[in-house]
Design a protein around this ligand. Sequence first.
Ligand SMILES: [Zn+2]
Length: 120
Amino acid sequence: MKPETDEMEEIVAPLLGTECGSCGSRFSSSTPVCRSCGSDSLTQVELPDTGRLITYTVIRYPPAPFIGEEPYTVGVIELDDGTRVLANLRGTEWEDADGEQRVVLHGNYKGRTVFRTFSE
Ligand SMILES: [Zn+2]
């Protein structure tokens, strides 16, 4: 059974990432050193809440928190600043995703970031 919309936590905080003070690379998760240049000069930054879907997969054998919710879709999103994020996806028409599908931050569900489609 798919989770109902009202189980979704509201977005109360922006999407946070890490930015390297030496080379400017950004990462969607915390990291002890920059994965591009090795610097430890890292600061927390707000990431954009929109981007495009790069690729996705349908999860049919989920980890424990999501058992009973399969199938559901997980995708790699390239945010508008170039940072890549792994997130759960809400919406339809993923089969038609061509690398240009626009997505927007939708919420948080069981600790996972969730994006959904939108048109500009
Ligand atoms: Zn760096």
